[in-house]
Ligand binder design. Structure first.
Ligand code: NAD
Ligand code: ZN
Length: 360
């Protein structure tokens, strides 16, 4: 039995429970989790934004050590330090064949089947096929990317979601180039990573935006050149900072129609507006036919940083180890599993950066 953070239903109180995980089947691996981040997508599992199956072990952003391998496992061995990739690619579907592993169709099958049981024998689901807010997970070997033991486990955990998503949105989705201007709206773990990624890409002006003044220092440490409190005049302010043009690229890292609108309007003509936040199906946004034509902007989303995790996680790990990508400002709280509800409360109030559960 291992300890795990379980949601019995949407809106119900969370509890640390004992769960039984299955032995690894052929091609599967058991990982002892060392560090796991608290991502807004975990909160979205229980607050009605998305509708997963319950009971549900939360968590999908994590790193740990391989402790058991099933037969036919080739990619990893016992003792390896690994980052968990919550969107393992099959390599064979139309999307994988087209070079878009982040859109792989196997994802749905992985997330819809239960994995393990609660103490009373009830089968439990695990978030995004992972369930990483737990002492251990059992996942397919394709969900593991080996990293150097020199990489601190808290940083490695971030590479599994926030950093791959934020840095990937900048480098892969928008392809930000040296000297360009960027605005990032929403400065949680994902948005702060986008700011750090924009600095790494050589962006000259990086405008960071949040509703919470708490975020200014964190954003500036990550590389922001300007900080603004979100307000209805945000697009006009962004235009005034950029010779009346708007920024080349905007990254919406909240998941709301009003911030997507603000990001869109803060983008210059011909620029790119990237929706990174995961909003709800009921939160609608509209564009006039004329403005879509006139502004010639690209509006796109970035799922998991449009990343190939097998290529990009090692690349980002090298940047962290060489000091060119500094993640120090992103983690503001090191907590235990029972503190996750308090981390969700901080998230609801826009306090702090990433909270990371450290398992000892
Ligand atoms: P978070 O809750 O830690 O951060 C969100 C930030 O947005 C907070 O700082 C909050 O104060 C700020 N905010 C809230 N309302 C705002 C407003 N009106 N204007 C400006 N700022 C506002 O969340 P996170 O973990 O960083 O995740 C951010 C979003 O990205 C979520 O929607 C999450 O589900 C999504 N996400 C997407 C992917 C992906 O693959 N694209 C991966 C991970 C997370
Ligand atoms: Zn996440």
């Amino acid at each position: 039995m291992v300890k795990a953070l379980v949601a019995r239903s949407a809106g119900a109180d969370l509890a640390v429970e004992e769960i039984e995980l299955p032995r690894p089947e052929p091609g599967e691996v058991r990982v002892r989790i060392a560090a796991a981040g608290v991502c807004h997508s975990d909160l979205s599992m229980i607050n009605g934004t998305v509708r997963p199956k319950f009971p549900l072990v939360l968590g999908h952003e994590a790193a740990g050590v391989v402790i058991e391998t099933g037969s036919e496992v080739r990619r990893v061995a016992e003792g390896d330090h690994v980052v968990i990739n919550w969107s393992p690619a099959c390599g064979e579907c139309a999307f994988c064949q087209h070079g878009e592993p982040w859109l792989c169709v196997t994802m749905e099958g992985v997330t819809s089947r239960p994995r393990g049981t609660l103490a009373d024998g009830t089968p439990t689901h695990v978030t995004l096929g992972v369930g990483a807010l737990a002492e251990e997970v059992v996942v397919g070997e394709g969900a593991l990317v080996t990293v150097s033991p020199e990489l601190p486990m808290a940083d490695a955990a971030l590479l599994g979601c926030a950093v791959l998503t934020g840095v990937g949105a900048v480098h892969n989705t928008a392809r930000v180039r040296q000297g360009e201007s960027v605005a990032v709206i929403g400065l949680g773990g994902v948005g702060l990573s986008a700011v750090a990624g924009a600095q790494l890409a050589g962006a000259e002006r990086i405008v960071a935006v949040d509703i919470s003044a708490d975020k200014e220092e964190l954003a500036r440490t990550c590389g922001a050149t300007d900080f603004l409190i979100s307000n209805p005049e945000l697009p006009q302010v962004v235009h005034s900072l950029t010779d009346g043009l708007g920024v080349n690229h905007t990254f919406e890292c909240v998941g709301r129609s009003d911030t997507i609108r603000a990001a869109w309007q803060s983008t210059r003509r011909g620029g790119t507006c990237v929706v990174v936040g995961m909003g709800s199906r009921d939160d609608k946004i509209s564009f006039s036919a004329l403005e879509l034509f006139h502004f010639a902007r690209t509006l796109t989303s970035s799922v998991y940083g449009s990343a190939d995790p097998d290529r990009d996680i090692p690349g980002i790990a090298s940047a962290v180890l060489s000091g060119s990508l500094n993640l120090d400002a992103i983690v503001t709280h090191q907590i235990s599993l029972s503190d996750v509800p308090a981390a969700f409360d901080r998230m609801r109030h826009g306090e702090g950066g990433r909270s990371i559960v450290l398992f000892t």
